[in-house]
Design a protein around this ligand. Structure first.
Ligand SMILES: Nc1nc2c(ncn2[C@@H]2O[C@H](COP(=O)(O)OP(=O)(O)OP(=O)(O)O)[C@@H](O)[C@H]2O)c(=O)[nH]1
Ligand SMILES: [Mg+2]
Ligand SMILES: [Zn+2]
Length: 288
């Protein structure tokens, strides 16, 4: 058997990089929960075709979920690069949900504010300082500008680019990896939104000295977190995690209980009201 890494997944067909060649593989039976970044063993059936026999246990897995199913994004990551931009729009709830998913999967985060060349970016840059204070490292770049600092932060690591459609993930990737040739899209002005140019995740190797891999992923509209328990949710918000045990009631859910340390933090300006709102709506959607 040959070992390799999944660089793309299309339904039940997978592209595997064995270090020398890209081999197109299928799975046995109906197994399809294999994702970009997975390490697999396969047998060749033809020169460039094979069958996946094993998937190695994952170090971590970034995924979304709704009531019906999970949507896998990427596995075995050293960090998630959450890309945001003021244009076409900044959706704070999506950023918060991405951060919660990364926290709960134990994946370190780097926030990249892209489109620094646009005047709209300044205000967002200031707003994101709150996130820096929460401990999320961040940098502001322009995809066509100087990316040396970002290159350094990606070197030697496996990272995934995630974020809304149109924030410039594929444009960044193409500038970091000139051979990648990922499709990028003009923003549809009519919709004032990205238009979902990237349709599948794809892993590329970084050409810089330190090596590493970068996974491009399709922009998302929603980030479902149905898979998280109340305990996992509370733990995924640093402002809530840091106040564990400080509320009057030991089982406080930080909704409107008297003596709640989290509500007090929002009152005191130590937690963004938007973040409390997203937390409360997530907790409210849990069944039990
Ligand atoms: N002004 C400016 N425009 C940018 C920058 N980066 C990307 N863009 C533009 O933003 C638009 C969307 O870029 P893409 O790279 O396709 O965005 P994406 O995040 O990959 O979008 P999806 O694949 O749909 O998720 C394109 O028109 C890019 O040219 C930047 O730094 N500054
Ligand atoms: Mg893209
Ligand atoms: Zn509380």
């Amino acid at each position: 058997m040959i070992s390799g890494r999944v660089v793309a997944a299309h339904g039940r067909r997978f592209l595997i990089d064995d270090g020398e060649n890209i081999v197109e593989c299928v799975t046995r039976g109906r197994k399809s929960d294999i994702v970009c970044g997975d390490r697999v063993d396969f047998n060749l059936t033809h020169v460039d075709n094979g069958v996946i026999e094993n998937v190695a246990p994952r170090r971590n897995l970034l995924y979304r979920s709704d009531e019906f199913r999970s949507k896998l994004i990427a596995a075995n990551l050293d960090q998630a690069v959450v890309v945001v931009a003021a244009v076409p729009y900044f959706r704070e709830e999506l950023l918060i949900r991405c951060l919660v998913a990364c926290e709960s999967a134990d994946i370190p985060v780097l926030i990249v504010l892209n489109k620094a060349d646009l005047p709209e970016t300044q205000a967002l840059h200031r707003h994101l300082e709150t996130y820096a204070r929460l401990g999320y490292p961040q940098i502001t770049v322009s995809a066509r500008g100087d990316l040396t600092e970002l290159q350094t932060l990606l070197g030697g690591k496996t990272s995934v680019l995630v974020g809304a459609s149109g924030v410039g993930k594929s444009t960044l990737l193409n500038h970091l990896i000139p051979d990648a040739g990922a499709a990028t899209g003009e923003i549809s002005l009519a919709l004032d939104a990205g238009k979902h140019t990237t349709t599948q995740a794809r892993l590329y190797h970084l050409p810089t000295a330190g090596g590493g891999d970068l996974i491009d992923s399709p922009g998302m509209q929603e980030f479902g977190l149905q898979h998280l328990t109340a305990a996992a949710l509370m733990d995924a918000f640093p402002e809530i995690r840091d106040r564990a045990g400080q509320c009057r009631f030991y089982n406080c859910r930080h909704l409107k209980e008297p003596g709640c340390a989290v509500l007090a933090a929002v009152q005191a300006g130590d937690m963004l009201p938007n973040r409390l709102r997203v937390y409360q709506s997530l907790i409210g959607q849990l069944s039990g």
